[in-house]
Write a protein that binds this ligand. Structure first.
Ligand SMILES: *[C@@H]1O[C@H](CO)[C@@H](O)[C@H](O)[C@H]1NC(C)=O
Ligand SMILES: *[C@@H]1O[C@H](CO)[C@@H](O)[C@H](O)[C@H]1NC(C)=O
Ligand SMILES: *[C@@H]1O[C@H](CO)[C@@H](O)[C@H](O)[C@H]1NC(C)=O
Ligand SMILES: *[C@@H]1O[C@H](CO)[C@@H](O)[C@H](O)[C@H]1NC(C)=O
Ligand SMILES: *[C@@H]1O[C@H](CO)[C@@H](O)[C@H](O)[C@H]1NC(C)=O
Length: 464
């Protein structure tokens, strides 16, 4: 008798702890589209803007800021990314979210009076930002401070330190989870945490932790964190594998859509047909750099340009004990970032092999990209092929449009990879991943994050 009572207690406790997920097919497919609120008709501005946000994001990912009180790892950008729509609440409200594999938290703009500073180029023509309206939902709840999910946001697992207004050992304390403030490389957002129903066709996930942002700067849409942490979307849903195919960036506004697939099937070690796999590398554990534990590290072992090996010192290819070096893959970065030591080696290989073409220094100056070449007097141009070689033998041969882009009409092209002038190892500089693989380089690739088997799979595929 006693044992059956405690078993029942155990069951009801479990049902409190686990998100209640109704029986459902194991996979969910969500349309994935490009997110670009900042259409600029100026050719230079498009590339320049993408180059500068890619760099700002790289700085942020390499040097995650510690917010004074509230911490969570974050992303810095919005433009040049990809978005999905998610439906929260009862009845469901559907709003777009940027897909970000380098952060954990999921949040949406959450009031009709959402304040978004610097969310468009022209303040005279501010974008209409879709927001979630809590009072229209019957299933919304404000997250309580004692709820363990509050500890996911506020990194002190100890409820006594995050809930000072609660009596010790109180079970009925009504203090809400303290507001979050997320600092970005560029901008910030803040608000209060909710638990709300997340609706998919045929599946409802109750008590999903989501942030209700009241203000932001530089964040014209919510963000769905897909990183390796408790509060990320894949973790909260118990997803074992997710995959996407990234539509080509043509800087155009045509509403093309591909898919993001969330797969919860639990027992499959099977490889997906035609995918090349590379293991996900163990994250560096660095005190104070919690964000590094969120990223997806891969073992990039070599870059070849025109078949020639770029001699990259190993220290850049593998994270050391303080988290310097290594490669991460990030859906939220546009142009791939290479730390300057690596970049210069790659550039040297390019310019050496392309010395018969005229450098377009004016274009380099205007876009911040290099090298750029002026091909106006050329009938045909031979570009060196770029390949990434990963641990385990997987190779990624980049289509030309994934690393060279036309600017200035049709006669100049630039390498779409960014760097900064931070020299690794110099005091105060460096730190963090040396290479951030951005979404521009993954256009028309199908990419699978196989979390169960700790590997990343990819294949070239037309995503349209
Ligand atoms: C820049 O972006 C705008 C809007 O997205 C587009 O109409 C224009 O063609 C782009 N320019 C170039 C050269 O791609
Ligand atoms: C924000 O926008 C204002 C005016 O539009 C501008 O002066 C300011 O420099 C911008 N801030 C940032 C950080 O871009
Ligand atoms: C919470 O519980 C304590 C005793 O366990 C009781 O004294 C107190 O009144 C309760 N507070 C509320 C707000 O219900
Ligand atoms: C979070 O807490 C863990 C364990 O207490 C600690 O090791 C880590 O450094 C903390 N992270 C941050 C960002 O404070
Ligand atoms: C390319 O070079 C030609 C002359 O050789 C010049 O007229 C043109 O403006 C240059 N284009 C760019 C984008 O620099």
């Amino acid at each position: 008798m006693a044992s059956s009572t405690s078993f029942l207690c155990f069951l009801s406790l479990l049902s409190l702890l686990l998100p209640s997920i109704s029986p459902s097919p194991t996979s969910i497919t969500i349309p994935l589209s490009q997110f670009n609120t900042n259409p600029s008709s100026d050719l230079y501005q498009n590339l320049t803007h993408l180059a500068s946000i890619s760099l700002a994001r790289a700085h942020h990912l390499k040097n995650p800021q510690k917010a004074p009180v509230f911490t969570t790892s974050v992303s810095s950008h919005s433009y040049g990314g990809y978005s999905i729509s998610l439906s929260f609440g009862s009845p469901p409200q559907t709003i777009p979210f940027i897909v970000d594999t380098a952060s954990n938290f999921v949040w949406f703009p959450c009031t009709t009076r959402y304040i978004c500073k610097n969310c468009s180029v022209s303040d005279s023509n501010p974008p209409i930002i879709p927001s979630f309206i809590p009072k229209l939902s019957s299933s919304v709840k404000i997250l309580g401070c004692l709820n363990p999910k509050c500890g996911w946001i506020h990194n002190n697992t100890d409820s006594q330190s995050r809930c000072p207004d609660c009596e010790p050992n109180s079970r009925n304390c009504t203090q809400i989870c303290p507001p979050y403030l997320i600092l970005y490389g560029l901008g910030s957002t803040g608000g209060i945490a909710l638990v709300e129903t997340l609706n998919f066709p045929g599946r409802k996930v109750q008590d999903f932790l989501v942030g209700c942002s009241l203000f932001s700067s530089h964040q014209p849409a919510g963000i769905a964190g897909f990183g390796r942490g408790l509060s990320s979307l894949p973790t909260q849903l118990g997803v074992k594998k997710f995959s996407y195919c990234l539509l080509s960036h043509k800087f155009d506004d045509t509403k093309k859509i591909s898919s993001l697939v969330l797969d919860s099937e639990s027992d499959s070690g099977k490889k997906t047909r035609d995918l090349s796999y590379t293991p996900l590398i163990k994250n560096p554990v660095v005190p104070g750099k919690h964000a590094f534990s969120v990223y997806y590290y891969v073992g990039l072992r070599q870059i070849t340009v025109g078949g020639h090996k770029v001699k990259i010192p190993y220290k850049y290819l593998s994270p050391d004990s303080v988290g310097n070096g290594g490669t991460i893959i990030d859906s939220g970065t546009t142009f791939t970032y290479l730390s300057s030591n690596v970049f210069e080696l790659v550039i040297k290989s390019f310019t050496g092999q392309m010395k018969n073409y005229k450098r377009a220094e004016d274009v380099e100056f205007q876009t911040g990209l290099r090298p750029c070449f002026n091909f106006s007097s050329q009938n045909s141009v031979a570009f060196p092929a770029v390949r990434f070689h990963f641990k385990g033998g997987a190779e990624m041969a980049l289509p030309l449009e994934n690393y060279f882009s036309v600017v200035g009409g049709v006669d100049a092209m630039c390498l779409t990879v960014v760097t900064d002038n931070v020299v690794e190892g110099a005091s105060g500089g460096g730190g963090g991943p040396a290479i951030i693989l951005g979404n521009y380089q993954m256009q028309n690739f199908y990419v699978e994050y196989d979390l169960r088997n700790e590997r990343l799979g990819f294949r070239p595929q037309s995503c349209k």
